[in-house]
Design a protein. Structure first.
Ligand code: SF4
Length: 400
């Protein structure tokens, strides 16, 4: 059978994309060793948490999901959190066995697990490998120990280096690390040093994020009191420019606003989100998108466990209007440096062209020098200009 780029049979091309069965699976493990000062993710300090009962509940959600929306071959799996690697080797093995029991995973699927430095010993890495994981994304954030402590991370720079070495020894080669910039009191020199240390690891993929001060975090409370010494805006702009320059010079393709990869190592799972394609979302607080409906699961661990015993543990279930889906398509698609193709937009929305819906916005953004057309015919589309890249949020917001 010939497959369209999203993994569906080409004969299905006239069906609106969001009606198709997801080929991507996200699973959330909401436990962490501690709570970082900037974190608003759905994560809880693992001490005293009912981890095994949570894994039981997760399996119940897998069963119910597979019954209600029977999976076809899954091409990408992403286990995020939280810190999935706080599971011990036994829990890791049983969790991954459950995933394989309920979802048919393609032999060449990209199977990513998030990890924190210092949480991956050889026994756990072995369980991950045996369970099908073939890509690890480590939350390194910085190679400056003082900065790491100041943002509430419990690892040190050397833990990152050791964790990467352990992962390589265990047989993982598809590895990524996250780095953060715009941290309190962070200087451009400190960032430059972290980038050098990160590049010494010679990884195929790097994700680079600026700190966002989110509500309900310690950093937000400090910020409100004027006690969070963030770098000035021009310094943060210079940091992003520095990251782009260094990663580019080292041969990495800046394929998405925050992501850099060697050819062939772009995140396939995240590309599903950026192309606005459907995905299963399981676990406490997880989001999913299938058959034109977005859902968010119940966030608390115990409420999630109790709800999953009865039915799908949903907090919200919202049908997505065509207009909303179009806005999402443009906003997430333009994060990719290759931009959005007009033909892909038309395929998702029954032949409608982006200009039919966003004509004025597209013209305005082009006149501002933030967006540019590319290609011809089937390959034609829109992408951010060089000038538009650091102003991406402004561009994405224009489609709402
Ligand atoms: S490790 Fe990640 S998910 Fe856990 S508290 Fe820190 S930032 Fe949040």
């Amino acid at each position: 059978m010939t497959l369209a780029p999203n993994g569906n049979a080409q004969g299905e091309a006239s069906v609106p994309l969001h009606a198709w069965t997801p080929r991507a699976l996200y699973i959330h493990i909401p436990f962490c060793t501690n709570k970082c000062f900037y974190c608003d993710f759905n994560s809880y300090v693992v001490d005293g948490q009912p981890v095994d009962a949570y894994l039981d509940a997760l399996e119940k959600e897998m069963e119910q999901t597979a019954r209600l929306l029977p999976p076809e071959t899954v091409r990408t799996v992403f286990v995020g959190g939280g810190t999935p690697t706080v599971l011990d080797p036994r829990q890791m093995a049983r969790f991954l066995q459950a995933v394989a029991r309920h979802f048919p995973i393609a032999a060449d699927a990209e199977f990513t697990m998030e990890a924190n430095p210092g949480t991956t010993d050889p026994a756990k890495l072995e369980a991950m490998l045996a369970g099908g994981v073939n890509r690890i994304s480590f939350g390194a954030q910085s190679f400056d120990d003082k900065l790491l402590a100041a943002i509430g991370r419990i690892h040190e720079a050397r833990d990152v280096v050791n964790s990467i070495a352990n992962a390589r020894r265990a047989g993982f080669s598809n590895l990524s690390i996250d780095l953060m910039f715009g941290l309190p009191n962070q200087t451009l020199e400190q960032l430059a040093d972290s980038v050098s240390r990160a590049l010494e690891l010679d990884l195929p993929h790097y994700s680079l994020y600026s700190l966002k001060v989110e509500e309900n975090t310690l950093f937000h409370r400090l910020y409100e009191r004027g006690e969070l010494p963030l770098p000035e805006e021009d310094v943060e702009v210079a940091m992003y420019a520095h990251l782009r320059e260094r990663l580019g010079a080292a041969g990495y393709d800046h394929y998405e606003i925050s992501n850099f990869a060697r050819p062939g190592f772009e995140s396939k799972h995240n590309s599903v989100y950026w192309r606005n394609e459907p995905y299963y979302g399981l676990g406490a607080g997880a989001h999913g998108y299938a058959r034109g409906i977005r859902h968010m699961n119940i966030k608390g661990v115990q409420p999630y466990i109790e709800a999953a015993a009865r039915a799908l543990p949903r907090l919200t279930t919202d049908p997505v209007s065509v207009r909303e889906a179009m806005e999402d398509f443009m906003m997430v698609g333009l994060r990719l440096r290759q931009g959005v193709r007009r033909a892909d937009f038309a395929a998702q929305f029954g032949g409608t062209e982006p200009e039919d819906v966003f004509g004025e916005v597209l013209t305005k953004l082009q006149s501002q020098g933030l967006l540019e057309p590319f290609g011809e015919g089937e390959a034609a589309g829109y992408r951010l200009t060089e000038r538009g890249v650091p102003l991406g949020n402004e561009v994405f917001g224009a489609f709402l």
